[in-house]
Design a protein around this ligand. Sequence first.
Ligand code: NAD
Length: 473
Amino acid sequence: MRSDLKHYINGEWIESTGSETTEVINPATEEIIGRISLGTEADLDKAVQAARAAFPSFSQTTKQYRIELLEKIADEYAKRKDDLIKVITEELGAPLSLSEKVHYSMGYHHFKQAAEELKNFSFIEKRDKSTIMKQTIGVSGLITPWNFPTNQTSTKIASAFAAGSPVVLKPAEVTPYAAMMLADIFEAAGLPKGAFNLVNGSGEVVGNAISSHPDIDFVSFTGSGAVGQKVMENAAKTIKKVALELGGKSPLVVLEDADINKAAKTAVSHISMNTGQVCTAATRILVPNAIKKQFEEAVKENLADFPVGDPQKENVSGPLVSQKQWDTVQGYIEKGMNEATLLVGGTGKPDGLDKGYFTKQTVFTDVKNDMVIAQEEIFGPVMSIITYDTIDEAIEIANDTVYGLAGYVVGEDPETLQKVAASIQAGQITVNNAKTDYSAPFGGFKQSGIGREWGDFGIEEYLEPKAVMGMPS
Ligand code: NAD
């Protein structure tokens, strides 16, 4: 069993000032992998002071220095590929292939992309009457969730480093180990002391201390809406800028001319990938009434190709991350069974998977958009099929949600694809399974958040524009 009871502060692993710890559990086996320290406000304060001390020189580093730093980080990250994949599978329960192709890969791409963005990024812009300088915002506090342990941390850190901002990170206590590996990566890449600090702990103590600390200038938070609200409230006391990446209830609009089997495969991939624990997952599948029956059949067939199973095996969907998440998802499946028609799945564990937080992939049909399962984020492998008759109706249903993180559309007719893509009120729309673009902004409309990550938009979050009038040339 691992014992990692230290925090990474000012380039060193140091003892916590407190004695509380928490277990980290492998969700596929329910075995304890290790134990981490639950940090204190004093630990967090030490980390903030280290970041503050690093700020004057780190924020003044040149663009070229930061490009090379980010490239070295990507190289060091890549050297640890096997270990990262192993750790992500152990702590999150993601199947090995997913840990490699999605989790590991996203982290790598964020560091590489930030270096690329910097090459064309201008920190100074001359206008007719003024000079606009984009200056580092200060020290950044980063709070991340458990569902993408390398993606969430890397996108924030890569943008922060590109902007010259030292950071204090509190990773999710459920999945801390991939984040802790970053310290070694940064050290090997030659990051100056104090530019990266990591304090493990609970949201109530360390997270709360980050959002309220007067020496933190910017908080970038990814997680649930309820906690996002608390972060914003706390940050307001010191007029701290916040970026919030929150939940979603994203629609997938299947057009009438779509290939039904391909569309069903796409829908299934959204509940199978990461066991549906994806903020951008399409969980409301909007299908024309005319093809409802064929679509339902195709969903059943495609689900059979992607069973739930041991994440050490190929082509499976893994367990949920924790007992807490399992209980939440069961609660929603029960609600769904009371309000809609169960097509596949249901409550309880899949046959033969009694140990581990495995849950049945569940599909409801005849769902109405005002039902609980269509309005609330479930964060598990639960699909709701909702039918529509006209494209305008589909768009209305798609937008009838408090969320606006992502949207998807599949079909053939270019004009209809364009109309749907333009009309869904969300930060990221994917047409016909287009590939991820790491240079494109990522973030939400409405209650899905404030601000953007990824690419140049991500870097801008860690900068303040300064207007200088009368600058001698
Ligand atoms: P969560 O909100 O419970 O926790 C997220 C992080 O906040 C954790 O590190 C937690 O310890 C910390 N935290 C908890 N209470 C806090 C407090 N009072 N003050 C400060 N920090 C606190 O979310 P979760 O269960 O870890 O993650 C799932 C949620 O994250 C889902 O709602 C999902 O949609 C969302 N999410 C959003 C995105 C996005 O980019 N929009 C990406 C991934 C996950």
